[in-house]
Design a protein around this ligand. Structure first.
Ligand SMILES: CC(=O)SCCNC(=O)CCNC(=O)[C@H](O)C(C)(C)COP(=O)(O)OP(=O)(O)OC[C@H]1O[C@@H](n2cnc3c(N)ncnc32)[C@H](O)[C@@H]1OP(=O)(O)O
Length: 408
């Protein structure tokens, strides 16, 4: 590590939250003039673990970790969620980030959190620290200048608009139930719903309308959250932020609604799961196009053994996994994973390995979003025992792909 001897890592006191924010605004080249956005940032930092890097008394680095609970196959785990990572331009490439990450991992260990997660500003930064893409998202564009062509009949029950101020109460239990179907989703507090997910103004683009919430069914069978904006040239845009539905027919009804809003001609859905049923029930894939796919949530296994024992498994397995880990040496070595129904165990061993992983690649597979056999085919995981990758894939498999939309 290249950290200068004068740089020290310690918690940032609450009284210095404004200095920490000033550093973040400096490095992200943004100065929100809206006080509600500043307040939301301040509140986020207040509820986070705030790791600071100090050169003497000067704050030169910030790494905040929100106290998330992440859904994993079969349950959920504490998962400090790394955000606001900022290093002063005067102190770049001297190991400040490396020092803050080491401090974060030590704190996670003390708190018994086996995972951490983040959204990366640049994909090249976090692999070296053992993070791997755990969930992926797709951007979808629907040409809605003509009716949405569907291969299935939409649910014909009436749709209703929900006041965004009341939406957390109406949606939260339903949203929470989706977390057991899809790993990679964090629990949402009332604060998170209000300030982060449904703020009046869109932080990225103030031309968008306030959030609109449309719901179907009583009890709730599905909902969509979207914003609209008019465009100088041509019809307006519907930006979909979230759509959840208990059946394909409910999903079809919501998509049809979004694609038929007057004075709009495009639905742009950001961060859809890669196995969205829409892709199969849309009748015209020229009308419904995936325009990008991207790594969404990056996951770090802080404690490999505890993380593997904490998830559920789809099939039996008995394998020795060799893990390399440069930033959390306690993970490095051989782990014997035995999975019999309902009873996973992961113990250190000296036996010959069946598979050798860098910890970042094991993290990519952990939620079920990446196949081990694909990593073997790519040459980044080594299979020593023929069939070991397939055995582990069968055990890791989840009914639906993991998915995350809460960007932080
Ligand atoms: C979860 C989030 O918050 S994502 C937001 C991340 N923050 C930003 O993008 C804000 C602007 N950037 C910054 O503040 C800083 O440049 C940071 C945080 C990205 C990096 O901080 P630094 O203190 O310079 O990193 P540090 O010196 O510890 O670098 C460690 C290693 O990562 C590499 N690295 C650092 N930043 C980058 C980058 N942007 N791209 C590729 N590699 C990088 C370094 O070269 C170094 O590699 P080496 O050990 O092989 O030489």
């Amino acid at each position: 590590m290249k950290s200068r001897p004068s740089v020290q890592f310690r918690e940032i006191p609450e009284a210095q939250i404004d200095s920490a924010l000033a550093l973040a605004y400096l490095v992200f080249h943004e100065v929100p003039d809206d006080e509600t956005i500043r307040k939301q940032h301040r509140d986020s930092l207040r509820m986070s673990l705030r790791i600071g890097a100090y050169d003497g008394d000067e704050l030169v680095g910030l790494a905040a970790a929100l106290p998330f609970e992440l859904s994993v196959p079969g349950g959920e785990l504490p998962c400090p969620a790394l955000t606001f990572v900022s290093v002063a331009p005067t102190h770049r490439r001297r190991g400040v980030l490396s020092g803050m990450i080491a401090e974060l991992y030590a704190r996670c260990g003390e708190q018994g959190a086996p995972l951490s997660a983040l959204w990366a500003s640049e994909a090249s930064i976090y692999g070296r620290f053992g993070f791997g893409p755990g969930t992926y998202g797709a951007t979808v564009e629907i040409d809605s200048r003509r009716p949405l062509a569907l291969r299935i009949e939409p649910d014909e029950r009436p749709l209703r608009l929900v006041d965004p101020a009341k939406a957390p109460g109406v949606l939260d239990a339903y949203y929470d139930s989706t977390r057991s179907a899809r790993a990679g989703r964090s629990a949402r507090s009332e604060w998170w719903w209000r300030e982060s997910w449904l703020p009046e103004k869109d932080e990225e683009d103030e031309d968008f309308s306030p959030p609109r919430v449309v719901a179907l069914g009583e009890p709730l069978a599905g909902y969509a959250i979207y914003r609209t904006k008019s465009q100088d040239e041509g019809p307006g845009l519907v930006r979909l932020d979230e759509l959840e539905a208990e059946s394909p027919a409910v999903a079809a009804a919501l998509w049809r609604y979004l694609a038929s809003i007057d004075l709009t001609g495009t639905v742009r859905a950001w961060g859809r799961p890669l196995d969205d049923p829409l892709f199969l029930f849309a009748a015209d894939r020229d009308q419904v196009r995936v325009t990008s796919e991207f790594p969404a949530l990056w996951v770090r296994l802080i404690d490999v053994g505890a993380a593997l024992e904490a998830r559920s498994w789809a099939a039996p397995a008995d394998l020795v996994l060799e893990v390399t880990d440069e930033t959390v040496p306690a993970n490095a070595g051989r782990h014997r994973l035995t999975v019999s129904p309902g009873n996973p165990a992961c113990t250190p061993t000296e036996e010959r390995p069946d598979l050798t992983f860098a910890v970042r690649d094991l993290a990519s597979c952990y939620l079920g979003g990446t196949r081990v056999s694909d990593l073997v085919a790519a040459g980044v995981v080594t299979e020593h025992t023929p069939g070991a990758a397939d055995q582990l894939d069968a055990a890791l498999r989840t009914p639906r792909l993991p998915h995350t939309v809460d960007e932080f």
